[in-house]
Design a protein around this ligand. Sequence first.
Ligand code: SF4
Length: 279
Amino acid sequence: MSIDTAAAFDVTDYLRKQMMPHFLCPGCGHGMALRALLWAIHDLEIDKDALAVVSGIGCAGRLSAYIDANTFHVTHGRPIAYATGLALARPDLHVVVITGDGDCLAIGGNHLIHACRRNLKLTCLMLNNEVYGMTGGQVSPTTSQSRLTTTTPLGNAEPHFDACALATAAGAGFVGREVTRHVPKLKELIKAGLRHEGFAFIEILSDCTEIFGRKNEMGSSPEMMMRQKSELRPSAYRDTVDTPFRANDLPTGILARNDRPEYGAAYRSAAAAARNGAR
Ligand code: SF4
């Protein structure tokens, strides 16, 4: 369905009103990530009929149900696999994956690295809140060391994945990271990912206020958002931060980009050549 994209952005134009109220806890960062995605869709004037959103299981995975477009809520860890088939069959669509850190890096970890290597045009948004929120707050591959979760009551002893470094090393054509605190910057990053002719991986640092924040005594939702910003500052400016659990100064914005051939176009070209007897 077309909407007036010249009009000011109104997020309700892109939501399924019959699905309201949504299930997100008050202050959850995932709502801000969803807003940034829909704002980017509006800015790029992408018709809702030309948008397909595929999501897995978890609080992030639930977001596709609220988007008034073509949406698929699929099995745990598999949204990239479903989206791959869809994008190959329907290259006319903008195919977006919404996934969480557990969905994407644990159960779906193999799908991610091979999607990066393959470079099929997909936009993958990984909402990283450092925990399995929906299933009760278990440790995930991105939980910072020392953090408390229901399965690490003494503090997480494992190092966390740097998802962007992983995607870059696996060959993703576009890699970016942003925090939910900066919705306009996040929106611009998502727009750049949607424009990219290849696999675009975007890590969104989001907050699980109700499970992770409460367990680690991180304060209210606004306090957690302030922490997103302060923890990304260079170490020299960290003197006001009580406990910088994230060990490194995580950069944001576009972190890696290359324009190597997109898989779908290469596959269709090979198929056309075979049909014409060239192979
Ligand atoms: S459990 Fe955490 S991630 Fe899930 S909706 Fe609540 S605050 Fe958000």
